[in-house]
Design a protein around this ligand. Structure first.
Ligand SMILES: Nc1nc2c(ncn2[C@@H]2O[C@H](COP(=O)(O)OP(=O)(O)OP(=O)(O)O)[C@@H](O)[C@H]2O)c(=O)[nH]1
Ligand SMILES: [Mg+2]
Length: 542
């Protein structure tokens, strides 16, 4: 059983990387093997990226012709090549933020890769269904004597005394949102409301419920079998140890490879007609190469749409979510709620779908944008890193040339634990990581921006009655409202910064929900301006 979190300032670097004191020989062997494997893959990626950077340096046309007076030209020329790192733990929202940069500065490129996100979204759906079915199976005997099909009005009562460990798993979850349809807009239309069982028909209704789940399991089994095919397609066949929760890691440029790897090259220059305004527009000129395997899984999804609805609206499933026995990933709910659209035959991911899609970053992915700063084009090289512990050593080679860092910390994660080490609260891990970043000698002059992210999910959790003090004991008796909670977390990050700020640099903080395009793009604009102002200040011009 994990103890509640109390952030400690004691040597967080060692604390973050320390193996368990009770680690057995076999666990140690597994850990060392996993670390060696992660290191090997990471080195290969570093090598690929180094080559790519060399190639880019050679053809660097980043410095644009500038009509400014000579001294100003010098400043803009020197600043014309900027490196921006997105750092933070796994699932914090770095890649989602990168997509917002892409939307803002290179919208066409998102259009070009739109179709490759279909496989990711199918994978997210199939994986979520598997998670539901597996959890149902694990709770089978408990449900027999616990009427799991009756909704619990108190979503945080987790009935741990009966737990077989599932409720303690560190799966990130916004599943609480489900317990209150009014808040999250869960489609009450698909939640068929069965009358609660009376004492006379309890046994019968349980049998019927079990039969219904068994039938669904059978009908959905071909789809479940497709999960590994999708994972293989996305990862290019590379399995990374510690992928956790059955997730998939992808390398830089996976979008192009996914399409390239498709077995046939059917060029389709015209997309199906798009009647609905909300449907995405795929560039007419774009070559679209459907992957037959992904198409086949699309057909399976279409055929199983009713079954997926039935499972998602099943009272036992809803009850388990409400009781937090089933902790679905936050993106699961988004796609299951939109299953009719996702399972439709002419499905093309919307921008919102792409922002909610989940795929783990392996190593470091570089993205290049031309950013307009006061009429000048400055080329930004944005590095989106993998945030899982096994990936973090690959960040260091990028520290030397970094000009700015956006550190992304998910404040909704106060009730979640690291996939890599279920004893570590995610907020603790973020604080430890932020300490490392603030105190790193290579980064002491880097412009530092902090995104306290996933504020939408934090709000939903607090609205659903989740108590911060249950997970963060130092929170004490403070009020459990959104403003108090975010300011409390912010104060902790500011304290870390203050304690590690020999250079007296400014820390810019923003409360964000990076799936919110309008708000995030406004913040990106602020960040861009603050980076530029910081540069001019350091050049003593203002
Ligand atoms: N609701 C909500 N979801 C978010 C937010 N930020 C990220 N997400 C979702 O969280 C999941 C993880 O986000 P990613 O951007 O993939 O996380 P990451 O930091 O790149 O993770 P790694 O690549 O593993 O290091 C995705 O499904 C996102 O859609 C947010 O502010 N609100
Ligand atoms: Mg990522």
């Amino acid at each position: 059983m994990r103890s509640p979190s109390l952030y400690s300032q004691d040597d967080p670097i060692t604390a973050a990387m320390k193996p368990s004191p009770t680690e057995t020989d076999s666990e140690r062997a597994v850990r060392l093997e996993a670390e060696a494997e992660a290191k090997r893959i990471s080195e290969q990626i570093d090598e690929d990226l180094r080559e790519e950077r060399e190639r880019l340096k050679k053809k660097r046309g980043d410095v644009k012709v500038c009509p400014y007076p000579p001294f100003f030209t010098h400043i803009l020329t020197a600043s014309a090549y900027r490196q921006l790192l997105l750092l933070g733990q796994a699932e914090s929202g770095k890649s989602t933020l990168q997509k917002q940069f892409q939307l803002m500065y290179k919208p066409n490129s998102l259009d070009q890769e739109r179709s490759s996100w279909t496989a990711v979204i199918y994978f997210n759906v199939v994986h979520s269904l598997k998670q539901i079915l597996n959890t149902l199976e694990q709770w089978d005997d408990v449900l027999d004597d616990d009427s799991g099909d009756i909704l619990d009005i108190n979503p945080i009562s987790s009935h741990r005394s009966k737990s077989n460990g599932i409720a303690d798993q560190p799966s990130p979850s916004t599943s609480l949102m489900d317990s209150n349809g009014a808040v999250n807009g869960s489609p009450s239309s698909i939640a068929h409301s069965e009358a609660p069982s009376t004492s006379n028909n309890v046994g019968q209704s349980k049998d019927a419920g079990a039969l219904q789940i068994a039938n669904l399991r059978r009908r959905l089994s071909p789809l479940m079998a497709a999960e590994s095919q999708l994972a293989d397609r996305l990862s290019g066949g590379i399995t990374v140890s510690g992928s956790g929760k059955g997730g998939v890691y992808v390398r830089s440029g996976w979008q192009a490879r996914t399409i390239e790897n498709a077995l046939t090259k059917i060029k389709q220059t015209k997309r199906p007609s798009i009647a609905n305004e909300k449907k995405p527009r795929v560039s007419e000129s774009q070559d679209f190469t459907p992957d037959p395997m992904v198409q086949e899984i699309g057909r399976m999804l279409e055929a199983c749409e009713e079954d997926i609805h039935e499972l998602w609206s099943n009272q036992t499933v809803k009850g388990m979510i409400a009781k937090r026995r089933l902790k679905l990933d936050e993106w699961s709910e988004f796609f299951l709620r939109h299953i009719s659209r996702v399972a439709s035959p002419d499905y093309v991911p919307t921008t919102d779908d792409i922002l909610h899609a989940r795929i783990q970053t392996m190593g470091v992915a570089e993205h290049i944008f031309d950013v307009n700063i006061h009429g000048k084009l400055v080329t930004w090289h944005l590095f989106d890193v993998g945030g899982a512990r096994g990936q973090r050593h690959s960040w260091v080679p990028y520290f030397d040339d970094a000009n700015a860092i956006i550190f992304v910390a998910p404040v909704s994660a106060f009730d979640q634990y690291l996939e890599e080490d279920p004893r570590v609260n995610r907020i603790d891990d973020s604080l430890q990581l932020f300490t490392q970043v603030c105190s790193n000698a290579l980064l002491k002059s880097v412009h530092l921006v902090l995104f306290l992210n996933k504020t939408d999910l934090l709000k939903a959790k607090l609205d659903n009655g989740l108590k911060v003090r249950k997970y963060i004991t130092s929170f004490g008796e403070r009020s459990n409202d959104y403003e108090t909670v975010v300011q409390y977390f912010r104060a902790h990050f500011l304290q870390v910064h203050r304690r590690n700020n020999e250079n007296r640099r400014v820390l810019y903080t923003h409360f964000t929900s990076v799936v919110d395009t309008k708000a995030t793009q406004r913040i990106i604009g602020n960040v861009r301006d603050s980076i530029f102002r910081g540069y001019l200040q350091s050049a003593a011009l203002v």
